[in-house]
Design a protein around this ligand. Structure first.
Ligand code: 1BO
Length: 276
């Protein structure tokens, strides 16, 4: 890839770079490794994977291949719902670490409050992994406020982050308020609404006004809301377009127009998911 100088550094949300690379459905190993390497060399310092994505080894290879120190990368993975019984949390995380070959992860999420998840059993097992130095922080994903309350009780502290679907078509007002009030970072997956954002006329109008892409508008809106975004991108052009969103400042009227969009469009609603 061309080694252009990085134009931006993503600000951090409590030590976590506020723009990262999502790898869900980036499951061709060679392509996944290449996109992680390209992203890191373009300036990204946050990579998000999960056991269920089947690409932890490819992600680890991309980190190793990039001209970047592992300790400068914020790496997150997630424990799948079948591995949330305490003994499986430890064994499956060790397996993830073997695949990633990174020594530790910066953030380990409970992927969904489903399957073998039991806050009183699962979260102490996560805390033990943290005590053992295998993970730095404990996160949860797809949690509603009542799940977050129970997790906080079980851990004796709020989880570091809650990763949920979040974009202009699913603005997650309640979870954003909860996060701000309880010192939980909100991480938005599918920040481009799996492509739906590209067809929204309000977002298109804002993009045209600033001479940028609709994806950049969506990512800038998330940043404005304090939400960490982890868009997936495989090609260099797309990776760089998303990265360039760090240079976009939306006007108050743009933010207001997105905040009041009369459309809700959740992309991911599996049958094991919560009653949102
Ligand atoms: C089933 C995985 C969804 C995104 O993390």
């Amino acid at each position: 890839m061309s080694q252009e100088p990085r134009s931006f550094d993503a600000s951090t949300n409590d030590g976590m770079p506020a723009l990262g690379l999502g790898t869900w459905e980036n499951d061709d190993p060679a392509q996944c490794t290449e996109s992680v390497k390209t992203a890191l060399e373009a300036g990204y310092r946050h990579v998000d994977t999960a056991q269920i994505y089947g690409n932890e080894a490819a992600v680890g290879e991309g980190i190793a291949a990039a001209d970047v120190d592992r300790d400068d990368v914020f790496l997150a993975t997630k424990v799948w719902i079948d591995n949330l019984a305490p003994e499986d949390v430890a064994a499956s995380t060790r397996e993830s670490l073997q695949k990633l070959d990174t020594g530790y992860v910066d953030l380990l999420y409970v992927h969904w409050p489903a399957g073998e998840y039991d806050p009183e059993e699962t979260l102490p097992a996560f805390a033990e992994l943290r005590d053992d130095g295998l993970i730095d922080r404990i996160g949860v994903s797809n949690f509603e406020p009542h799940h977050l309350d129970a997790a906080t009780d079980a851990l004796g502290e709020a989880p570091f982050a809650n990763q949920v679907e979040c974009h202009p078509l699913l603005r997650q007002e309640e979870l954003r308020e909860y996060a701000a009030a309880n010192d939980v970072e909100l991480v938005g997956y599918s920040p481009l609404a799996r492509g739906q954002i590209l067809d929204d006329p309000t977002v298109a109008e804002i993009a045209e006004k600033h001479g940028v892409s609709a994806a950049q508008v969506s990512l800038a809106w998330l940043r404005e809301k304090g939400v960490t975004a982890i868009p997936k991108a495989t090609g260099e052009e797309h990776l760089r377009d998303n990265w360039a969103s760090l240079g976009l400042e939306l006007d108050d009227e743009d933010v207001e127009a997105i905040d009041t969009l009369g459309r809700t469009d959740r992309q991911l609603n599996p049958d094991f998911g919560p009653d949102w």
